[in-house]
Structures are given as structure tokens and as C-alpha cells.
Design a protein around this ligand. Sequence first.
Ligand code: FES
Length: 120
Amino acid sequence: MCARPISVDDDAVGSAGFGWTPVCNLDRLRAETIIRVHSAGLDLLVIWNEGDVVACDRACPHEQADLALGEVRAGRLFCPRHAASFDLRDGAINPGWPSPPLRLYAIRITGAQICVEARE
Ligand code: FES
């Protein structure tokens, strides 16, 4: 089961809805793979993961490295500092690391617009 709900709503183009913040365009994300965004006072990343869109905290939960400098491979986000990796389905860190999981956020795709539901 996915811990990160995703909805696609092609009929609601331009209306992100309450709590949903438009953060980037789907074509741009496909081209860049990782995009830094700021929403609801939070520094987040939006990630293209093998046809799926994921939103997560920008800071690594281990020692706060900038995950925007990391790498996405095989469904995982690799931290640039210690090379721990996070499962992009649920945020779980690979075994052996004393760290909480990476926090993921709900996303919604409206037309070509990606929206994030971020709350502090
Ligand atoms: S700071 Fe990311 S794994 Fe250590």
C-alpha cells in the first residue's frame, strides 16, 4: 500500500483546490528529475521517479544534507552526504541507518500542473 496518496484530475485544470499548492509543471519535472520547491513554509523536492511523481522534504532526515544534490535510481533517492537511500514509495531509509524515514507529501496532478499538499 502506498503511504502517499496521488490523485489525477484532468477536469480541474487551473483549480488546485484548498490546501493544494501548484509547484511545477509535469514536463519540466520529466526533464529535470528533481525540482526544488517552497510550499507552506517548507523546503521540498518534487521528484520524477520512473513515471511516478513524489514530493518529499529537501533535508535528509539523517543529518540534514541537501537531497536536491542527491540522485534518483531504481525507485530510491540517494543522499549525497553518506549515500543512505530512501524508498520513494514510503520514505523508508535503507537498513542500518539510525534515522527516521524521509517525509513524503501528497501530490495531485491537474492537467500538466503538479500540486503539493504540504503542512508544517
Ligand atoms: S545526511 Fe543523508 S544519509 Fe547522512
